[in-house]
Ligand binder design. Structure first.
Ligand SMILES: [Zn+2]
Ligand SMILES: [Zn+2]
Length: 317
């Protein structure tokens, strides 16, 4: 049955059946078909034909062939970070050889290992999350891609380009990293600029047209969130998600307004308007797979938004 030996880099050899691989993908079907040099030569399991694949990742290809042949794969002893990288290597090869559909049930189960029972994602290293987003990209799973890119924006504060990890270089394309960095920068700016505005955009109660010149809102927010002296938080040293969840639950904030006309009075910032701001920042994080694969830069306004419900509510950690 195993009539082919795939010769991969690092002296890795995988015995496969041309029938099984041809059934899984059109790329293999062409490779083993009659029009191809290798296809025309006779081959049996006693005299398997060796095919050299010097450009393919040995671990990814071995894993793919194991899945296609229903063989048990090793890797159960790995850490979840190790599994994330292994899954990415598998996804790259599956994409290249048009086998994404043939292994979709298995890869779905593997991706799901990285979710919590609530459907949101567990926290892993930045590199592991990048590998998971890259795996979802190659496996064409929009919901997972959106979820993991959203995690890259909301759950890490480290610079995406300074971290000298292999994962950051290979897991996602440079343009994707740029879009994620841009989303995070915009989210931080929106938070730091729009949130204080909720407290300063107060019409003067005597109609003078002036605005609030006190920073009472920031102080009351800090007090309510138990962050006295630490508001606004340093977003270059804190992930956005926790901050957004805190702000989302802050409720109505009563503030003392000091108008530029000299008048002073009491006012409030409704919890619903603070919530709406936190929600809009949360919703702006994450990339659409189809738009990313098409090279588009828009997010949030595309027609693929239904998959984004997968990411859960803003308060879910
Ligand atoms: Zn006034
Ligand atoms: Zn889209």
């Amino acid at each position: 049955m195993a009539d082919i030996i795939l010769a991969l880099p690092q002296q890795v050899y995988v015995r496969v059946s041309s029938v099984v691989l041809s059934y899984a993908s059109a790329v293999f079907r062409t490779m083993f078909g009659p029009n191809f040099k290798e296809g025309a030569e006779p081959r049996t399991s006693a005299h398997p034909k060796e095919i050299s694949l010097p450009d393919d990742d040995p671990s990814g290809m071995t894993h793919l062939c194991d899945l296609l042949h229903g063989r048990k794969t090793n890797g159960d002893e790995q850490t979840e970070d190790g599994l994330a990288e292994q899954l990415w290597r598998l996804a790259v090869v599956a994409d290249k050889y048009d086998c994404v559909a043939a292994v979709s049930l298995q890869t779905e189960a593997m991706l799901s290992r990285f979710l919590l029972s609530t459907g949101t994602a567990k926290v892993h290293s930045l590199g592991a999350t990048a590998y998971l987003a890259g795996a979802a990209y190659h496996l064409e799973r929009n919901g997972f891609f959106y979820l993991f890119t959203k995690r890259l924006v909301l759950d890490y504060y480290e610079p995406f380009f300074v971290v000298s990890s292999q994962a950051n270089h290979e897991a996602l394309q440079a343009e994707t990293w740029l879009k994620l960095a841009e989303q995070r920068a915009t989210a931080r700016t929106t938070f730091l600029e729009e949130l204080p505005r909720l407290g300063s955009d107060k019409w003067c109660h005597n109609g003078c047209g002036g605005g609030n010149k006190s920073d009472d809102f920031a102080q009351k927010m800090a007090l309510k969130l138990g962050r006295t002296g630490h508001w606004p938080p340093r977003l270059s040293a804190t992930p956005l998600r926790g901050i957004l969840a805190q702000v989302h639950g802050v409720g109505t904030v009563h503030i003392a307004v000091k108008c530029t006309c000299g008048d002073a009075y009491n006012s409030l910032v409704a919890g619903s308007s603070v919530q709406a701001l936190a929600r809009s920042i949360y919703d702006s994080a994450g990339l659409c797979l189809w738009c990313t694969r098409a090279g588009g830069s828009s997010t949030g306004a595309c027609k693929h938004a239904e998959d984004q419900a997968f990411a859960g509510p803003v308060v879910a950690a």
